[in-house]
Design a protein around this ligand. Structure first.
Ligand SMILES: [Zn+2]
Length: 539
């Protein structure tokens, strides 16, 4: 054998939830799984032996919904993800701008709507630190942007500018643009930013790959590929043999472009198989998010007649899904509100009736609100709930920016992970990085406790919707592998599968080892080769 790991807890993530003690790897694949007592038989003169000392081994984590290429590029810009107040954001922006006098535009991302009154930062605040240069900052969830007066002026946005379709320009009491742009209104300014280069895209992919491997992740599903340099960067990195991540890519189905875009998507998909890269999916944004009233609801937001924004009318959505399904795309839909979820399930139902059923593994991402009538439809249609576990806890987003506007009845069924599992659905987890951290361990903590590791003193959010730890671990490995079409080769620890593995610093199955969010990744293997190793391990 090339490698033997022994003396640990090997969580196999198979259906039986087997926990073994040791495993052996040969030629990049798992060759044997068993007890520590038997492991010695597999150790030869050339075998590398790793004593686990009780630590946990899991299949490599798989992130079923994230935006790694853009995230990797963002890491080179002004990152506000750790700035959790208005003052901290402005200080970080001022420091970054001072460090980068060469930049024509100052841009970045990661501000949080709960750092600002009404979730809408003002142009005046940004003008105070950036009076001369235009500035553009995406918020953490990617559904809004903060701009300064210079940027608004360059884009020609005034009190007279109408809201674009699918978007909204936040305005002050006098009707003047206030500084926050929602959804499609962001494009009015974003299109003026200097274009990104091929080198920046490739560096973004590689930076994200390093970041994810350090967190134990060995496969990701890129939820949206719509820039020509994005696919080209993946291909270039894969062709050079530098892609150690298994990548499933989704091409964007653009609203308003209709069926004419199909030919282009089919041609791009045909280019998408190099090394560990596969393109199989098409992504559709069905709605926005609840915090800015763009999530689509079956009943209006409290005290309004606003049902949110459906990006497509129902027949248009159904037509898109039927056509994509008939061309064997895996359809991946962003669905936050209960109306978006219902429209998406109806469209998938129509596609299966029109085209027949195949092993399509269509999936709906995020699922903040699902009407109880729709819960059993996931199992019935074989549609995968691809949920973002980190969001299912009390936070400013939930308590201040969502619950008051959807009311108590709907608030009592937010992020219904437990209900979906009880209704027979096959869950997958996706971080939505850089919207949220890509670290699977805090995400797992929220999945099992419904409490954020950052605010462990808070009560759980709807504890009946929590998952038990083995189910959550299996969701982040085998569950995500299934929606990534990688379950034949990865996602569980079984003889014959690829040795994509992660070693954690403790026995996470032992309740005495503390919250799983405190655990750390020591070693990440792809086909038996280390792609991340903590120096403490002496690898
Ligand atoms: Zn996303």
């Amino acid at each position: 054998m090339d490698l033997v790991l022994t003396g640990g807890k090997v969580f196999c993530a198979d259906k039986a939830l087997t926990v073994a003690e040791a495993l052996a790897v040969r030629n990049g694949r798992i060759a044997w799984v068993g007890s520590s007592a038997e492991a010695a038989e597999h150790v030869g003169t050339k075998t590398r032996l790793l004593e686990l000392e009780g630590r946990t081994v899991l299949p490599g984590f798989q992130d079923a919904h994230c935006h790694p290429a853009e995230g990797g590029m963002e890491l080179a810009r002004c990152v506000l993800n750790d700035a959790n107040s208005r003052e901290a954001c402005l200080a970080a922006i001022a420091a970054y701008a001072a460090d980068h006098p060469e930049l024509e535009w100052v841009s970045g991302s990661g501000w949080s709507i709960d750092s600002f009154e009404h979730g809408t930062p003002s142009r005046e605040d940004l003008d105070a630190v950036l009076p001369d240069r235009p500035a553009f900052f995406d918020n953490r969830d990617g559904h809004g942007a903060w701009v300064n007066s210079r940027a608004l002026a360059l884009a020609g946005i005034t009190r007279e500018t109408p809201d674009p379709s699918g978007g909204r320009i936040e305005r002050d009491a006098e009707g003047k643009p206030q500084g926050t742009l929602h959804e499609h209104a962001m494009e009015l300014v974003r299109k003026l930013l200097p274009p990104t280069t091929a080198e920046e895209w490739e560096a973004g992919v590689l930076r994200a790959q390093d970041t994810f491997h350090a967190l134990g992740i060995t496969a990701w599903q890129d939820a949206r590929i719509d820039h020509p340099l994005h696919l080209a960067a993946y291909r270039a990195v894969a062709e050079r043999g530098e892609l150690t991540m298994r990548v499933e890519g989704n091409l964007l189905w653009e609203r308003g472009s209709g069926e004419e875009q199909l030919e282009k998507l089919v041609a791009q998909r045909a280019q998408g198989s190099v090394g560990r890269l596969r393109i199989r999916g098409a992504k559709i944004f069905v709605d926005g998010v609840l915090e800015n009233f763009t999530g689509a609801l079956l009943e209006p937001y409290v005290g309004t007649d606003n049902y949110g924004i459906s990006m497509f009318d129902r027949t248009e959505l159904e037509r898109a899904v039927v056509v994509l399904d008939s061309h064997s795309f895996q359809v991946h839909m962003h669905t936050i509100g209960d109306a978006a979820v219902r429209d998406a399930l109806d469209a998938l139902d129509a596609a299966m009736r029109a085209n027949g059923r195949r092993d399509s593994r269509h999936h709906l991402a995020h699922l903040q609100l699902v009407h109880p009538d729709d819960l059993p439809r996931f199992a019935g249609l074989g549609v995968i709930p691809n949920v973002s576990p980190l969001w299912a806890c009390h936070s400013g987003y939930v308590d201040e920016l969502t619950e008051p506007f959807i009311g108590p009845e709907r608030s009592a069924r937010m992020y219904p992970f437990g209900s979906l599992v009880r209704a027979g659905a096959r869950l997958a987890f996706g971080s939505d990085w850089m919207v949220s951290t890509s670290d699977p361990l805090p995400q797992l903590e929220v999945a099992v406790t419904r409490v954020s590791p950052e605010t462990r003193e808070l009560p759980p959010l709807l504890p009946d919707e929590a998952l038990d730890l083995p189910t959550a671990l299996r969701t982040f490995t085998a569950g995500s592998a299934y929606v990534n079409f990688l379950d034949d080769e990865t996602g569980t620890i079984e003889p014959g599968k690829l040795a994509d593995l992660v070693v954690l610093d403790r026995d996470v199955l032992d309740r005495g080892s503390g919250p799983i969010g405190d655990a750390r990744v020591l070693l990440t293997l792809v086909e038996g080769e280390a792609v991340h190793a903590d120096p403490a391990l002496g690898w």
